[in-house]
Design a protein around this ligand. Sequence first.
Ligand code: PLP
Length: 474
Amino acid sequence: MKHTLGFNSHSPMKFVGLDTRYKVASGTELVRLHLDGAASPLPSQTAIDTMMELLPHYSNTHSYVHNSAQISTKALAWAHEQVLLFLNASPTVYTSVFTGAGTTAAINRVSRGLAIARPDKKIVLVSSMEHHANDLPHRSHNNEVSYIPLVGEGANRGAIDLDAYRSLLEQYSGSVNYVAVSSVSNVTGILNPIDEMTSLAHLHGALILVDGAQSVAHRITNLDRQDVDFFIFSGHKVYTPSSPGVLVAKKEVLTTLNGQDLGGGSVSSVSYFDYELIPSYPDREQSGTPNIIGAVALASVLNQLQHQPMSEVERHSASTMSYLIEELKNLPKITIYGDNSLDRTGAISFNHERIDHGLLAAILNDYYAIAVRNECFCAHPYVSELLKKELWEIDLTDIKEEEHEFYVNRKRGMVRVSISLYNTRADVDRLITALREIEYELDNLEKNYEAQPDGSYEHKEFKIDWKAELKFLT
Ligand SMILES: Cc1ncc(COP(=O)(O)O)c(C=O)c1O
């Protein structure tokens, strides 16, 4: 296949939306600063170019009869190859499967399959810092979930406690079906010791599922070296909106699993009484029409990231993050969650002693056009543990009893800033300047807001005219 489609673009990545401007509450217009990449980073121009280039050929796959079907089928096969190349996963050992709703769909698929395949192993060890997507699926299927503790206490918790993890594996040896852990936390950006966790899991007959949603865009992944059984991520976390989730699994393990979605595309023969799955991957797992355009666009971004190269991406991520941490530490009244002696990547969460997370996030948006995220980031148990001491120590003496819950709700959360490939030290400086000004002007700014029962804050006068931003609505 000729790689003229931008699939093999080796130029530095460009992003869509870096010049997006919004009106702010003071009446002027500012360029939006996007610090919310841990939720979904800005789209890469490569993803958009690839989509536009493939769309004229768009066709369903699984056919070689007409030209467009051939092109789409070949492009999708190329996308599967690129995923494995990007993750340093040998195609003789691993296969990649494109799934529906991001990481969530793939984790549910694996958790269902493993429960059916290994019914005698009821225990699942889940880390205590997981996104709900890598926690709730494992609580189903009659599993018994045991949570792996983290090192440290309170707001200073770190990564997985390897000694506690080893003890759990010894305690349940032979009964642990699998271990579920994220390579990087979506709350604190803390990295887990995946290599050690994998060898220990295997030593005790357990499999390991790694949620790579927060690491894949920032860190080199080497599945051949790490030997993990399942590695899962979402295309939208890697600069490719409208792309699928990705499950990368060892073929020898996947072969033992039932429970995938069934339908056309994954079967070689079907009668009214029986059916046979295609023996080869990825077809065996890929029932239904996949998100062809999204998968190919994602592959083109992964291809480009490899040539960036990823070692440079890692360096950028690490140095911008440590600059952010150092600058935040210099601000008074800020608590950064997680052990500050550890390396972090992608995201970091904090609170200001005097400003509720909902108010701070709203002011950053409304007056500075800075996009951050707040609340509990779909990781409620972890966030609650990090906040426990602060919530416990809230002084409610001057607050009416009927308002206690409302008041505590406003404190239950954090502000999260995430760093993507397009963020620079100048972006960090802009955030820090805004935080200093907000603290100085707080009394004036606060008067403009109304606290809502759900913990959010609404500006009394200013609201974005969202319809005016979207021409297709007119
Ligand atoms: C660590 C982690 N796991 C899983 C998910 C869920 O991803 P998706 O919404 O693409 O299924 C997220 C999303 O924020 C995440 O950060």
